[in-house]
Design a protein around this ligand. Structure first.
Ligand code: BGC
Length: 383
């Protein structure tokens, strides 16, 4: 036992001294030291592009600090992700960084706690679990507020008269992703007053907030699947939105925004080739394809969450936890006051470290480009 402890501490001190680049090369195949501490990284899915990037970023950041990384993607299947987490534990991982698929992950997190392995919830809060202490994410309510504000501005809602209201339809993210509720409630904090005063009219289901569960389920998009959103948009265009022209669609992220735009373009009303005009469509994640679409005047906005920085901050947090230090994460603020509830899992309130999102429209697509968020080739197309 004592020997193991010494080796572990030695490995940690060694890693720290190893500094940034030196240790990375030892962690790939072959030259890896058996003393290197393993950090398990569980990502939820690959069909939303950001997670592929998050997984790669986390691996780089973990290795840069001299740890060994094992990264797994759950393919939007919680059973699969739980097995991946089990295998991290079997391989003696000393810490887990988890972006969960849904709250079915709680059982695996309980196993980690039993093994005294700390867990950092990454981007998505792990609901209904009291078995972990840390969460790092962006201010997700603000993400939604940005989406609402973009619609407010683009439609000039402050000066619209209720005699000729603007028309919107609403989409939300996965009903099993707690973030989806924050995004929606943030957007509604801006839009609801206009709906109440009749300046903005909703076609299709209308949950005034995510707590209206029945209607929220109707606008939610299972597992954030683009095909689900596209089909729902097509159905809306042939039913509730058939006899109106939509001025805006609240779309929760870029993957779904593009699917919604694709559906709209099949309708002459919204296709410039037939003299039509797309509604204002929101998004988030600053995915390359969406930022290009914004530059070209199709998607209206996105929200840039610098996930390169999130990954870095998450691993700094992990490193401090493993070293028994009091976490102090540069670029992230420990949520306090009203915001502390962002860390409320329903079983306990974990420490939530928040980073700031940035609103992106045609005016400032340079922001994620200048932050180095894209490949050279992509950046060249956005300049
Ligand atoms: C993330 C978003 C992402 C969505 C779908 C959310 O939990 O915060 O950035 O677009 O999941 O993967």
């Amino acid at each position: 036992m004592a020997l193991v402890a010494i080796l572990t501490v030695g490995a940690l001190i060694g890693c720290n001294k190893g500094g940034s680049s030196g240790s990375t090369s030892t962690s790939g195949s072959g030259g890896q030291s058996s003393q290197q501490v393993l950090i398990g990284v569980a990502m939820p899915e690959t069909h939303v592009q950001r997670w592929q990037k998050d997984g790669a970023n986390l691996k780089t950041e973990v290795e840069r600090r001299g740890y060994r990384a094992d990264v797994a993607f759950g393919d939007a299947d919680q059973n699969k992700q739980n097995q991946q987490i089990q295998s991290f534990l079997t391989n003696s991982a000393k810490l887990l960084i988890v972006a969960n698929v849904n709250d079915g992950v709680a059982a695996a997190i309980a196993d980690a706690a039993r093994d005294k392995v700390p867990v950092v919830a990454y981007d998505r809060l792990i609901m209904n679990s009291g078995d972990y202490d840390y969460y790092i994410t962006f201010n997700n309510f603000k993400v939604g507020q940005f989406q609402g504000q973009a619609i407010e501005q683009a439609l000039g809602l402050k000066t619209v008269n209720s005699d000729s209201p603007k028309i919107i339809t609403l989409f939300a993210g996965s009903p099993t992703d707690n973030n989806a509720k924050f995004f929606f409630d943030g957007a509604m904090s801006i839009l609801k007053p206009y709906i109440d005063s009749g300046v903005l009219k909703v076609v299709g289901p209308y949950p005034p907030s995510s707590t209206d569960n029945a209607n929220f389920q109707r606008i939610a998009t299972e597992n954030w699947q683009a095909t689900v959103a596209k089909t729902r948009m097509e159905n809306l265009l042939n039913a509730d939105a058939k006899d109106v022209t939509l001025d805006a669609v609240l779309a929760p992220n870029d993957t779904l925004a593009r699917a919604i735009i694709e559906a709209c373009l099949t309708d002459a009303k919204y296709n410039s080739a037939s003299g039509g005009k797309l509604p204002i469509v929101t998004g988030q994640d600053a995915e390359f394809a969406s930022v290009l679409s914004i530059k070209q005047g199709q998607q209206y906005m996105t929200v840039f969450k610098d996930t390169n920085r999130l990954a870095e901050a998450a691993v700094i947090l992990a490193d401090q936890i493993l070293k028994g230090q009091v976490p102090d994460v540069p670029g992230a603020t420990l949520a306090s006051g009203d915001l502390a509830s962002i860390g409320n899992t329903g079983k306990k309130t974990v420490k939530a470290y928040l980073m700031e999102p940035i609103i992106i429209t045609q005016q400032n697509v340079n922001v994620p480009v200048d932050a180095g968020f894209y490949s050279e080739q992509e950046a060249a197309q956005l300049r």
